[in-house]
Write a protein that binds this ligand. Sequence first.
Ligand code: MG
Length: 405
Amino acid sequence: MNHERSIVHMDLDTFFVSCERLLDSKLIGKPVLIGGTSDRGVVASCSYEARRFGIHSAMPMRMAKQLCPEAITLRGNSGIYTKFSNMVTEVIKESVPLYEKASVDEFYIDLTGMDKFFGCHKLASEIRQRIIKETGLPISFGLSINKTVSKIATGEAKPNNQIQILKGTEKPFLSPLSVRKIPMVGEVTYKSLCDLGIKRIRTVQEMPMEMMHRVLGKNGLSIWKKANGIDNTPVIQYHERKSISVERTFDKDTTDVRKLESIITAMAENLVYKLRQGNKLTACITFKIRYTDFQTYTMQKRIPFSSADHKIIPVVMELYKKLYQRRLLVRLIGVKFSHLVEGGYQIDIFDDNEKVINLYQAMDKMRERYGDRAVIRANGMEAKSIGRWNPFNGEPPPLLANRRR
Ligand SMILES: [Mg+2]
């Protein structure tokens, strides 16, 4: 049996900046920052010219402006980035049978078996050239036997280049690199590795697996595997999702306003969490109500792209209050978010600030660990389980809405 795979990782270079430069050539060659422009905003994307000043994404905008006062600052436009992202997706979709869209500017392509016909490296190069020609956007790729090695290779290839890691050379390729380059190693893990005297991937490769396991637990085990170029995770076929929604039919029709409001809050809150899980932003909110006589009413409202509770939940409540006019028993309520776009890690590109991002990241982390209902709004507490299904990972919804995975 042949288990050898050919996996490409493609990543658009400084994606938001590159899009802005296509729209305004005056930005070419200059330090450009994109992100929240308010005093507490953070950098969502920055050009290589800006990186030379020590600026990186997720850095507070205030600090970035201090490091490079002449930088051009833009608020960004999710709608435009999504359009360009879709153009790139189209090229890949037309060229290969199996690809995964990991984020707005990042793709994995499984070319396993294609080498017999075309040569994987040649095919990947042709796709990259087509993307550059058809969209005008710079893009880099790494090609190897798995996702981790390819992703690290892309990072080494950048900007606007490509690298192939031949089978059997994964370990020597990785060994001189910083452990920071392993995809799952964030700032916190990096610090604890440094405290252990581990800075280069080579050090991890020379350690016994059990030692990493003992010192850093499960996390240490997967770091050890990645450092040794081992990664069996599959490329998961991507399907575009244009909207997400949730509905609830009551066992007994109700006019209990307190109960209604509590359940609507919980439904909206859970759906916004799912938006963030899928790295999406919504620009259109729909509320639906069905009365005991089966008359159904819906109302929608456009909003600036967002995945923030404090922007979306009030709009849901506003629509509910406008729509719930007949003092009849309510049979069903529903909430839908549509006009979805890719949002990266952003919560609200026009209003990103550190405090809000940190709050949502902390809440979402608790939900990932302890379940959807680990952190909830006090006025949503009456509602029971809403469900743990992530609508963006390609898996079908579970049979039971509240079944834990
Ligand atoms: Mg990128």
